[in-house]
Write a protein that binds this ligand. Structure first.
Ligand code: ZN
Length: 73
C-alpha cells in the first residue's frame, strides 16, 4: 500500500509508513467518526423506544424480584 505522504510502497498490513512514519490507514474507529445523521423524528422515536424498553426492563426486574421474594419466603 502506498504512503499518501511520501509515496513509497509499504507492505500490505503496515499501519505506519516505513520511510516517513505517516499513518497509512486510518484506525477503524475513524471510519465511523461520521455519524449517520438522524432526523429529529428518528431521534425522538429512538429515545421513546429506549425509554419504553427501560420501563419494561424495570417492570420485569420488579416482577421477577417480587416472584423470587415470594418463593424464598
Ligand atoms: Zn511515507
Amino acid at each position: 500500500m502506498r504512503c499518501p505522504k511520501c509515496g513509497i510502497e509499504n507492505p500490505e498490513g503496515k499501519i505506519l509508513c516505513r520511510a516517513c512514519g505517516a499513518r497509512l490507514r486510518a484506525p477503524a474507529r475513524a471510519a465511523r467518526a461520521l455519524p449517520v445523521r438522524e432526523t429529529d423524528q428518528e431521534l425522538r422515536q429512538r429515545v421513546s423506544y429506549d425509554l419504553t424498553r427501560v420501563v419494561w426492563v424495570i417492570a420485569a426486574v420488579i416482577v421477577v424480584g417480587a416472584g423470587l421474594g415470594l418463593l424464598l419466603k
